[in-house]
Unconditional design. Structure first.
Length: 151
């Protein structure tokens, strides 16, 4: 079976890291995701999608993201059934986040938790593209025997 979700949206609140009784890190948050279309003459609608992340992913999100930051997440859709305090049966739909990615540039000069800590090098945005010069035919040599190829 296939259950994969990829979303990009803005955090609606600062993520708050919590611990389960067993000491496992968890963070719940909501992403505001714009729909791809808008009715003629109307504004584009936004869906607020509940997400949950566990362990290192939860710690990463709580440390480097804050309300309003644009983030991309990858995970799976989960449906949970529960009974509320009034004994009503309820259903919760959420994305269980496996990976979280920066989708905007690093904020400058803000006092949010996301800017208090530097972004690790492995998660930083890629550097500007490298410009390649077009080579000339003289830069290449013809291979005579295909048996000498390393693959």
């Amino acid at each position: 079976m296939l259950n994969r979700v990829i979303l990009m949206g803005r955090l609606t609140v600062d993520p708050e890291l919590k611990q389960t009784p067993n000491g496992i890190s968890v963070v719940s948050f909501s992403l505001a995701v714009d729909r791809n279309f808008a009715s003629k003459g109307a504004e584009r609608q936004t869906d607020f999608i509940n997400c949950v992340a566990w362990r290192q992913t939860a710690e990463f999100i709580s440390r480097y993201f804050a309300k309003g930051r644009l983030m991309a997440v990858e995970g799976s859709l989960q449906v949970r059934n529960y009974v509320d305090k009034n004994e009503n049966k309820r259903q919760a739909v959420e994305v269980v986040v496996d990976q979280a990615y920066f989708a905007d540039s690093k904020p400058s000069g803000s006092s949010s938790p996301a800017s208090a800590n530097p972004i690790p090098a492995y998660a930083a945005a890629p550097a500007a593209p490298v410009a390649f010069n077009s080579g000339s035919v003289e830069d290449f040599q013809e291979i005579e025997d295909e048996d000498d190829l390393p693959f």
